[in-house]
Design a protein around this ligand. Structure first.
Ligand SMILES: *Cc1c(COP(=O)(O)O)cnc(C)c1O
Length: 426
């Protein structure tokens, strides 16, 4: 029986047995007790599965990771303490010093810094490409040491829509996986694995939590990428791991388990950044209503974008789900049920006019946050992207006057009234 994604939001991941807790229990413990050292030794050697230390695994986290894997149509998943940790681990699990990554230039500012600067200091180089580059330009970005391709389904904040099939085909032609950050659509609006992506990441801080309560991340593996077919590129998965008595992840755990087991047993073990079980519990509360909230976010996003597009004090509107938008056709293909609640636009009159507008909003509140039940608004060039110079900003698709409006799940007419009165003050 194939189950609707709405039902998976509510009931996926955790299926209690007779007389077991109806809601996911929070395992608020660091350690587990065992009768013998031999038993614990087997866990340390990955010979048996079981819990021994929350930095590596905790049942609460595993229930929530399992639900997200089901939602994305993946084989396995791992929660992380933040979206930044998720993207870092997703790449670092298969790329190290001397390796190279191809990434869309239109990505979240934190991920851009991670790939352009911090991972470079670790010896991993990144070539950024315009997500709408020509085939020849995309081809030219690859090197013999390229280990993955990275992009965002709907980029934060530029709202460019990734042609997932095209990027997946290019990655696969070079024997490497496509990693897609699917934070903005969530699996309710787009499931990248169905379009050829191999690994999906999220900042669960955004729509999955949805209530502005917890920072978190997740990595989902499709289990479909054949690491053994490109064994020379991925020795970490296909050759013995000396830190685990020579376990070969692809042999011991198969294609469905190798990538997430390595990320857990090796990267999480050594770098930390596990999600707190309390936070995993809160994310699950968000997931239970994700399908309802995403429908309302998408509805409000479209209504607000249409209204702004017709407003005389608005210079331009970017909402990929808006009829006539340059990427409208791509939205119809990849996001037929809506393009989330984030709208960007420019207030006529430039930076100063935008600042007056921001200061006059009442319902929409200034916050370094998006994808929340409550409408929030941000000026990226002055905040999240301020480390970038004008050239980098332009490459990421951000103009200095860009206002990012994240439509919550309030009534659309109230949001529109608030925008109108703030625009009237300009
Ligand atoms: C917010 C965000 C991140 C970073 O997530 P944190 O949870 O803040 O660490 C990564 N990718 C995208 C698309 C985001 O919006």
């Amino acid at each position: 029986m194939t189950q609707s994604i709405s039902t998976t939001c509510v009931q996926g991941g955790y299926r209690p047995g007779n007389a077991e807790p109806r809601q996911i229990p929070i395992y608020q413990n660091t350690t587990w007790k065992y009768d013998t050292s031999e038993h614990m030794g087997k866990l340390f050697d990955l010979e048996e599965s079981g819990y021994f230390y929350t930095r590596l695994a905790n049942p609460t986290n595993d229930y929530v990771a399992a639900k997200i894997a089901e939602l994305e149509g993946g084989a396995a998943a791992m929660l992380t303490s933040s979206g930044q940790a998720a993207n870092f681990f997703a790449v670092f699990n298969i790329a190290g010093a001397g390796d190279h990554v191809v990434s869309s230039a239109s990505i979240y500012g934190g991920t851009y810094n991670l790939l352009a600067h911090t991972m470079r200091r670790m010896g991993v180089e990144c070539t950024f490409v315009d997500p709408n580059c020509t085939d020849a330009e995309l081809e030219a970005a690859f090197r013999p040491n390229t280990k993955c391709v990275f992009g965002e389904t709907i980029a934060n904040p530029a709202l460019t829509v990734l042609d997932i099939e095209r990027f997946a085909a290019a990655a696969h032609a070079h024997g490497v996986p496509l990693i897609v950050d699917n934070t903005f659509p969530t699996p309710i609006l787009c499931r990248p694995i169905e379009w050829g992506a191999d690994i999906v990441t999220h900042s669960t801080t955004k729509y999955m939590d949805g209530h502005g309560a917890t920072v978190g991340g997740v990595i989902v593996d499709s289990g479909k990428f054949d690491w053994t077919a490109h064994a020379d590129k991925f020795p970490g998965l296909t050759q013995p791991d000396e830190s685990y008595h020579g376990v070969v992840y692809t042999e011991r755990f198969g294609l469905a388990g190798a990538y997430i087991t390595k990320a857990t047993a090796q990267i999480m073990r050594d770098l930390g950044s596990i999600q707190a079980p309390q936070n995993a519990f809160l994310i699950n509360m968000g997931l239970e209503s994700l399908h309802l909230r995403m429908a309302q976010h998408a509805k409000n996003g479209l209504a607000v974008a249409r209204h702004l597009a017709a407003h005389p004090k608005v210079a331009w509107v970017r909402y990929p789900g808006l009829e006539g938008d340059a990427e409208y056709e791509r939205v119809r293909k990849y996001l037929p049920e809506g393009a989330c609640g984030v709208v960007s636009f420019g207030v006529a009159g430039g930076r100063a006019a935008a600042e007056t507008f921001m200061a006059n909003l009442k319902l929409a509140q200034i916050a370094t946050h998006v994808a929340d039940a409550r409408t929030c608004v941000l000026h990226p060039a002055n905040t999240t992207h301020r480390q970038m110079n004008d050239e980098e900003l332009a490459a990421a698709g951000i103009s200095p006057d860009l206002v990012r409006l994240s439509c919550g799940i309030e009534a659309a007419e109230d949001l529109i009234a608030d925008l109108d009165q703030a625009l009237a003050a300009v």
